[in-house]
Structures are given as C-alpha cells and as structure tokens.
Design a protein around this ligand. Structure first.
Ligand SMILES: N[C@@H](CCC(=O)N[C@@H](CS)C(=O)NCC(=O)O)C(=O)O
Length: 460
C-alpha cells in the first residue's frame, strides 16, 4: 500500500501477490459519550478521503446526506499516490491547509510512531493533535449515522434505522463480500481460478441484488439507507474501472436495466452524484495499480452522459429521505439540479476540452444541463438551433429496456408518480406502445416555446 521498494511491494505489487484486505488498524470510535476518548465535537475532526476510493466515498456520501459538512471538515488527497501513499498535492504548496501535513502517513505516525503498515483512506484525524483517530472504513459511516446525531442537519435522514438494522447488516454483508470487495478479489487475483471465483461471485450477487431492486426502489425498506450507499459506491465505479481494469466484464452496469436505473436514481439524488469524481476514479485505478496495468494508460471511456438521463424509479414509490429532506445542493449553486451540480463539480466543469495541466488525459465531456430534465432527449436529438429541446422516442426505448413501459412522459407534463410498485399492466401496455412507436426514433415533438424550462412542473 505504501513504501514501495520493488515489484512485490507498493502499488506495483497489486496483481502480483495474493490480495488480502487489511483489517483497519486504528478502530477507535468517535462517539456521543466519548468512550474511546474521542467525543463527537463540531470542528474537531478532519475526514481525509480520496474521491477515487469507494470506501472513502461512503463517508463522503453520508457526510453530505446527514449535513455534517460544517461539523467535520474535509481533506481530499491526490488520487495518485506516490510511494509514501496518500498526499495532499492538490492543495497549495502540497500541504493540507488545516493539518499542515504533506502526507496522510504523517497523521498515522503522529498517532503511532514507526507505524509499520499501510496508510489508507478514509481516515479521520484529530485536528488539534494531528493524530489519526480511525481508519475503520466499515465503522465511520455507521457512527456518522448513529453517534453524530446531535450535529445532523435538520431533516437529515435516518440511514441506519434501528428496526431495519438486522436486514441492512445482512444485505451489506453479502454486498461487501461479493461486490464491494469481490471486484478487488477479481481485479487483484493472481491465478485464473481465483479470478473466476471472484468474478462469478460479483455477478451472482449483482443478479440477486437486481432481483431485489426490480420492484423496490431501495435495498431495505422504502428509504435510502447505509446499504444503498455501500452498493452505490461500487456501482458508480463499475463501468469506469471494474469492468475493464478489474476484468469484471460479464456485463456493464449500463447493460443491466434494473441496476443502471437504480444507480442513476441515486446518482441524481443530492448527496450522491455530487460527491463523485470520475477523473479521480479513473486516474487512481489505472495509474496506481501498475501491477495489473503496467503502462498506466488511462482509457478515455466510458461515456458518462447517461448518468443524468431519466431513470423513472420514482414510479416504484419509496421516499428517498423518509420523513426528512434532501441536503442542499453542494456549494449552494443554482439549486436547480443536483445531478447537474454533481457532474459540473465532480466531473464536468473542469474537464471540458483538453486535459488541464497535471491531468494526463481527457475525460469525455459530460453535459451540463441547466436543470434535472434538461438532458432528456439530448443524446438522440440534441438542441434545436433555437436552443429548445426536442422530445425524443429514445425515452420510450429507455423505459422499455427498464421494463417500466414506453408511455409518454412528455406530452402532458410529468407522468403522475405512483405511491407503490408499478401496476403490471403498465409494462405490458408500455411495451405495445413503445413497439408501435419504434425504438430510438427521431424527434417527435418540439418543446413548448418559452425556453428549456417552460413546461409545467419542471423546476427552474
Ligand atoms: N482500511 C482498509 C480499507 C480502505 C482501503 O482499502 N482504502 C484504499 C483506497 S480505496 C487505500 O487507502 N489503500 C491504500 C493505498 O492505496 O495506498 C484497508 O486498508 O484495506
């Protein structure tokens, strides 16, 4: 993980020696009662992440959903580690401005001099002392949800509701073993049989999860829980890195109608997509794991624009935040479209055009829609010269692929949201109708005059 010396150590070792996930060495907990010596306290702790890392990204999502940004500050490491591991080269002078350190390892050393093992994110550091408190990626988010409640924002969701914990734990256990960690077992396998076992586990579990999600909007209960966060952080990386780099290639996420719609639904939910940085993800995996990608070449794909297309999962019912409310858009921008915000801040804005200095490749431009609906139809018909959007039959095709029917969601404004699972006849009727329209046809209707957001019910 850190301290590379030769091909059997450091980043180059991935794929050359058996993969075994380390247990988190520092498992102190930050709790309301401070029983481990680390009481919950606003402004005292700094969360250190890499936006590339799925385990750290769990903490990014739950911090956003719970509104802990003001209470727990954030340090973002360079997605490409050097042989001293995670470093703060994205910050001026190469130092984290709050902790004053260049490498995360310095906080590990401050906690345990001559600490011999790997340095990992996520990590929480005690700002006054500069000492690492925990790198226990399995526990950090659960504690955010259950121990930090006094500092949650008003309207924060309950991500680990007591009555559902047994079921959430059970779902998370299988997802962890076969999916979250399964992709790593496949990617870093050193023998064919090891790889095949892991790869089969990945897809077997994903098939099971897809069955579960076919008629339920979320994994457990009818609201977002910790289980969804943990599945999301793997799914969002799937086509970008796990499908190619880790050889989990039975199918792509975009080829699985249920999981692709589920992942897009979460991506477009405030607190999810706005934490994702595809550029960091791709550069980390492809450039760091030179044991399995010796050229360190970072592929240009996949096309990311699908992430902001309509998913229609709201038709399955569910209440994303339960009795709570969504978090405010990141950075307090327009407030119009969280998904667009996510792409702008996470992947889009900085990466239009050629790669900026320090970036080694160009990520395909992603759309910057003005609002949640603005991307609809764009892939097939784009904008008219007048700047108005067209309706497009590709939406019907998309609905058919997801089994949600091909009915028109555009003509009369938004299709009414249903409170429960979709009626079976909607899929059948939709199929007939969609077939009669033809898939991926040309533009059908001009949008009403008055600009892209002139339709009733479309947020401005
Ligand atoms: N703490 C765990 C899980 C977290 C984890 O694996 N984080 C990765 C990034 S995704 C990490 O920091 N690895 C060390 C490195 O790449 O230097 C571990 O050490 O395996």
């Amino acid at each position: 993980m850190s301290r590379a010396h030769d091909d059997t150590d450091g980043n180059a070792a991935y794929g050359k020696k058996p993969f075994k996930r380390a247990r988190s060495h520092f498992a102190d907990r930050i709790t309301a009662d401070g029983k481990d010596g680390w009481p919950v306290e606003a402004g005292r702790y700094r969360l250190v992440v890499s936006r590339a890392c799925p385990w750290a990204s769990r903490a990014l999502v739950s911090r956003r959903l719970l509104g802990l940004e003001g209470a727990v500050s954030l340090a973002v490491a360079d997605p490409v580690q050097d042989d001293r591991s995670w470093r703060f080269t994205l910050d001026p002078g190469g130092r984290d401005p709050v902790l004053g350190i260049r490498y995360l390892s310095e906080a590990y050393e401050a906690r345990e001099p001559d600490y011999p093992d790997g340095v990992s994110v996520p990590a929480i550091v005690d700002v006054p002392s500069g000492r690492l408190v925990t790198n226990d990626y399995q526990r950090i988010t659960l504690d955010f949800a259950t121990e930090w409640t006094a500092l949650h924002r008003p309207g924060a969701p309950d991500l680990y509701p007591e009555p559902l914990r047994a079921e959430i734990d059970e779902v998370m256990e299988g997802v962890y073993r076969d999916v979250n960690n399964g992709v790593y077992r496949a990617g870093f396998a050193t023998r064919q049989s090891e790889y095949e076992d892991a790869c089969r586990d990945v897809f077997r579990r994903l098939d099971l999860v897809a069955q579960r999600l076919a008629d339920h909007r979320y994994l457990v209960g009818d609201t977002i829980t910790e289980a969804d966060i943990r599945l999301f952080t793997t799914l969002v990386r799937f086509d970008a890195v796990y499908h190619g780099h880790f050889k989990c290639n039975r199918w792509k996420l975009t080829e699985n109608p249920v999981l692709w719609a589920y992942a897009r639904d979460l991506y477009q939910t405030p607190g999810f997509g706005d934490t994702v940085d595809f550029d960091h993800i791709k550069r980390h995996y492809y450039q760091v794991h030179t044991g399995i990608n010796p050229t360190a070449i970072v592929p240009l794909g996949p096309d990311l624009s699908g992430w902001v297309t309509p998913h229609h999962r709201e038709e399955l019912g569910g209440r994303p935040f339960g009795d709570g409310t969504p978090p405010a858009p990141r950075g307090g921008a327009s407030g119009c479209c969280p998904a667009a915000e996510g792409l702008r801040e996470g992947a889009g804005r900085r990466r239009k055009g050629p790669a900026p200095p320090g970036r080694t490749h160009e990520v395909p431009p992603v759309p910057e829609p003005a609002c949640e609906r603005a991307d609809e139809g764009k892939r097939a018909c784009d904008r008219e010269p007048s700047g108005r959007f067209h309706e497009c039959r590709s939406l019907d095709a998309a609905r058919l692929r997801r089994g949600l029917g091909g009915g028109d969601t555009r003509r009369g404004g938004r299709r009414a949201r249903t409170a429960g699972p979709r009626p079976p006849e909607s899929a059948a009727g939709g199929t007939a109708r969609g077939a009669s329209l033809g898939l991926l046809g040309r533009c059908r209707l001009p949008r009403p005059a008055g600009g892209p957001d002139a339709r009733p019910g479309v947020p401005r």
